[in-house]
Design a protein around this ligand. Structure first.
Ligand code: FE2
Length: 342
């Protein structure tokens, strides 16, 4: 293996938290069919879904975990010699980047095209969403009623939230993708006005979505903006965690929903088995495992979300193509810098 940590899962599932540091192997032995995956979801812990795939097919899955940007760069640097058959990463911005760099191959596949709505996959089949995460307004359930909460992204800039707003840093791709969609949908000037109104509220800027949620719970701020699964994972541990989502923009545009996705690399050497894994990831069984594992929303219609987030209710999602999160990413970063978002 290229790097240190190498494990046989099953025996040492508990060690999965270190998956981000090296290869994680599902299945035993060195021989037989294998699919190599570079996965930026490894920090969410062992995904039971790969183990199930191996059990059902006998195909080993070897996973190299890492940060999304680093994995994309690594596939690019490795070129034809890359081990990666599949790239699995969070955020449409990174999937888009991988296609821009020519790292992902078109996969025309009826099962995948049926399972994944058009707005959640690449038009050429170079990536398909496998899990969904809304990025929306969060409120303290102790200090902000549903009726008082900001009902739109723009409303986070309302003066009554001055000194009461927590945001994550601007160098984070989740925020960059959200801002990219604001620019794509409303134009740069309108997006700029929204961001300036947020900055005028003197937001407390924190290093992670989890920190934003914890700051709301602790009373450092009353509202914020995070991905839904971070709250879902909190609620799985503590049903009384005093934060709730507010579904933003229900009257226009819908709540921003980003993806984790999978794409076949152009250099893939285990093409057929890799596509089989892609197909498996979009089956009802796999979708349930993925959604429950990290409190995300399934892509496949009819698969329930985790029981501990069902109380959030249904919401209208933004269904415009998520690929624009990548297309407008550079503009978003520039705009965030311009308005002084730290
Ligand atoms: Fe995340």
């Amino acid at each position: 293996m290229t790097r240190g940590t190498r494990m046989i899962v099953g025996a040492v599932v508990a060690l999965a938290v270190v998956a981000g540091l090296g290869w994680l192997i599902f299945g035993r032995g060195e021989s037989g069919p294998v699919v190599n995956v570079y996965s930026a979801r490894s920090h969410y812990g062992t995904e039971a879904v790969f183990k199930r795939f191996t059990e059902e097919t006998g195909i080993r899955v070897e996973i190299l975990g890492g940060e999304p940007g680093a994995l994309v760069d690594r596939i690019a640097a490795e070129g034809e010699r890359t081990k990666a058959d599949l790239l699995i990463t969070t955020d449409a911005g990174f999937l888009w980047k991988a296609t821009e760099e020519g790292l992902l191959a078109p996969v025309t596949n009826a099962a995948l095209e049926t399972a994944v709505p058009e707005n959640l996959r690449d038009a050429q089949g170079r990536w398909y969403a496998i899990a969904l995460r809304a990025r929306t307004v969060m409120r303290s359930t102790e200090r902000v009623t549903e009726a008082q909460a900001p009902a739109t992204y723009a409303a986070l800039g309302d003066a009554r939230w001055k000194g009461r707003l927590c945001l994550r840093t601007s160098n984070n791709v989740y925020n960059q993708s959200l801002v990219a969609t604001l620019i794509a949908d409303r134009g740069e000037a309108a997006a700029q006005r929204i961001l300036e109104s947020w900055m005028a509220n003197d937001p407390i800027i924190l290093g992670s979505d989890t920190e934003v949620l914890e700051a709301i719970a602790a009373g450092r701020c009353d509202v914020g903006l995070t991905n839904t699964y971070y709250l879902g994972n909190k609620l799985r541990e503590d049903a009384a965690f005093p934060v709730a989502p507010v579904w933003a923009d229900q009257d226009a545009g819908g709540t921003h929903v980003n993806v984790s996705g999978v794409g076949l690399t152009t250099a893939a050497t285990h093409r057929e088995d890799a596509i089989r894994l892609m197909e498996y990831l979009l089956t009802p069984e796999a979708q349930r495992l993925i959604a429950e594992g990290n409190s995300e929303y399934p892509v496949l219609e009819g698969v329930p979300s985790a029981e501990w987030i069902r109380g959030w209710g249904d919401f209208t999602a933004d269904t415009r193509p998520i690929v624009r999160a990548g297309e407008f990413q550079a503009q978003a970063v520039q705009l965030m810098n311009e308005v002084g978002w730290k």
